[in-house]
Design a protein around this ligand. Structure first.
Ligand SMILES: [Ca+2]
Ligand SMILES: [Ca+2]
Length: 139
């Protein structure tokens, strides 16, 4: 098939407005380029900074943000007034740091690593376990 020659400015403008067909022909190798859109989302969350601990799975019910080490969750309350002791069920690490949470106070017991920019909808799937966390360590 032969590509028709476009001869007038008006016809070129019309073709550009119609859009997508022209660049698709030009960039035959574009499909090999990996997308990086996920990393910009993580960067934006990292600037907010901190680790969110949630009372229920899937980031539900009470929530509490930590920005530094805490040795004893029983001294902390969620925004709804409930105590954090042995109650955490999900978490998000929106900080730039790796963080460990522990099943016991003073960074002892079972521990799990929360990576920067990662979300954990079910702490029951991690080593620390559900309704167990009692301290947090920013690494
Ligand atoms: Ca819980
Ligand atoms: Ca505990």
């Amino acid at each position: 098939m032969r590509i028709r020659t476009i001869t007038t400015v008006g016809a070129i403008a019309t073709a550009l407005m119609l859009g997508a067909a022209l660049p698709a022909v030009a960039d035959a190798d574009q499909s090999a380029t990996p997308t990086t859109s996920d990393s910009t989302t993580v960067d934006r969350e990292a600037r907010a900074g901190g680790v969110w601990i949630y009372q229920a799975a899937n980031y539900k019910q009470g929530k509490k943000k930590f920005t530094r080490d805490d040795m004893k969750f029983s001294n902390n309350k969620y925004h709804n007034g409930k105590n954090l002791h042995d109650s955490a069920s999900s978490a998000k690490n929106t900080s730039r740091k790796k963080v460990r949470i522990y099943s016991d106070t003073f960074h002892q017991g079972r521990d799990s690593l929360l990576k920067p920019g990662k979300k954990y909808p079910h702490l029951r799937d991690l080593n620390v376990g559900n309704d167990a966390a009692d301290s947090i360590d920013f690494l």
